[in-house]
Ligand binder design. Structure first.
Ligand code: MG
Length: 422
């Protein structure tokens, strides 16, 4: 059985004349709606949406029912805006969490339309579950804007999807397994625009009581400016089905390895300073997806580790590369004398490269040099290699000149020589 504890707060803020946000907290359905439009439109839109959501969800608790409830909310707001001239164009965001049943298992369904948000705090790490339907956040997702540019962007309040604007609406939805110790936060943009994620996480870690956490979040948003209405719902999962079963079969101790929830921490013991994780639950999965710690592949620590590992590997490659390339030798390509960069035979995967093909071949040098060229004659630099080749050729020419100007020795072979010359 899943046991929840929750707290909520909504506040007009320090600038706005009225509060157009609405929150809903029942034991099994929680929602935040941020209304917009006209003098009274916003207030009515968010209230109408919340009422319609609740009414439909009471009939059946499944993910389909939760999605249907959000669509019902859309229809209710849209129909009302069509009937009353002063409410024309009103709309609202809607982010909701419902305790749902799936094959007798209890799960948490999450739906979202607009730019209010659902977050998950797990093992002290905060991750955003929902995706904002706003011009700016969509530009961030498609890579046109950086997250930093988005924070103070002038168009950040422009929504691309909202409840009540059209006859039908697409509803994003997620399913997560309730996991003892997890904390879910729903909030309107009045919180997000005043308090950044790391401070939200810090407050959620510091205040164990969900009502106190909600109150502190609202207070923080107000002290940072409070330029918009602020709404917050904090839901703690005190018991999940696995922990309940484990406790009821063996009330004195939890079995050590009977559960996929081995990493469960007590809901009141958050680490004091954990990083923001980049965990993203998948949308619309037919199988419930649980945001377990082992699924968070890219925590900050892992990213830093991978970065350092790449740095070491890169450094090693650099050293080998430098060693392999920082030398030259004179060698042969077939019979042609060429200059290579690298080490004779190569180093690991670095094969020597021909950097200069000289116009000379083995017939132009003295024969006894050929063996050393075949093995590779190492030289400290490219110019030294050129000089070496130059000297080989010069030496062979001198030898020829010397031979031509030297009369043949007078000995037994002279006859043969003379005959040859004659
Ligand atoms: Mg707002």
């Amino acid at each position: 059985m899943t046991r929840l504890r929750w707290g909520s707060a909504t506040d007009v803020g320090r600038v706005r004349a009225n509060n157009q946000d609405h929150v809903l907290v029942t034991g099994s359905l929680f929602a935040v709606a941020d209304g917009m439009g006209g003098h009274v439109g916003g207030e009515i839109a968010s209230q109408t949406a919340i009422n319609a959501l609740q009414k439909e969800f009471e009939k059946d608790s499944s993910i389909d029912s939760l999605i249907k409830s959000a669509k019902n909310a859309n229809k209710a707001v849209w129909q009302r805006s069509q009937k009353e001239a002063n409410l024309k164009g009103m709309g609202t965001t809607l982010t909701a969490v419902g305790l749902i049943k799936n094959n007798n298992e209890e799960e948490l369904g999450i739906v979202n339309v607009g730019d209010s948000r659902a977050y998950l705090l797990q093992n002290g790490e905060l991750s955003q579950i929902t995706e904002d339907h706003s011009l700016v956040e969509e530009a961030v997702r498609s890579g046109q804007l950086s997250a930093e540019e988005a924070i103070h962007h002038s168009s950040r309040h422009i929504l691309t999807r909202a409840i009540g604007i059209e006859q039908d609406v697409e509803v994003d939805n997620w399913i997560i397994l309730p996991y003892k110790g997890d904390r879910i936060l729903l909030c309107s943009d009045g919180l997000i625009n005043e308090v950044d994620d790391s401070h939200i996480a810090q407050i959620l870690r510091e205040h164990k009581d969900p009502q106190k956490a909600a109150d502190f979040l609202v207070e923080k948003a107000k002290s940072n400016g409070g330029s918009d209405n602020i709404s917050v719902v904090v839901i703690d999962i005190l018991e999940d089905e696995v922990s309940t079963k484990a406790t009821s079969t063996n009330p004195t101790s939890l079995p050590v390895d009977s559960t996929p929830h081995k990493n469960v921490i007590d809901d009141l013991e958050y680490p004091s300073a954990a990083p923001i994780s980049s965990f993203t639950p998948s949308k619309n999965k037919s199988k419930p997806l649980h945001a377990m710690p082992k699924k968070k592949i890219f925590t900050l620590r892992v990213v830093i580790f991978i970065f350092l590992l790449l740095l070491v590997i890169g450094g090693a490659i650099g050293v080998v590369d430098w060693y392999a390339k920082d030398s030259y030798f004179v060698g042969l390509k077939k019979n042609q004398i060429v200059i290579f960069q690298g080490r004779p035979g190569g180093v690991l995967w670095f094969k020597p490269q021909i950097v200069d093909k000289t116009p000379y071949n083995t017939s132009q040098i003295l024969a006894f040099h050929i063996a050393s060229l075949e093995a590779g004659q190492k030289e400290p630099s490219f110019s030294a290699s050129k000089r070496f080749v130059h000297n080989l050729i010069k030496e062979a020419k001198q030898q020829k000149t010397f031979a031509a100007n030297t009369p043949p020795p007078v000995n037994a072979s002279s006859t043969t020589t003379s005959t040859g010359l004659g």
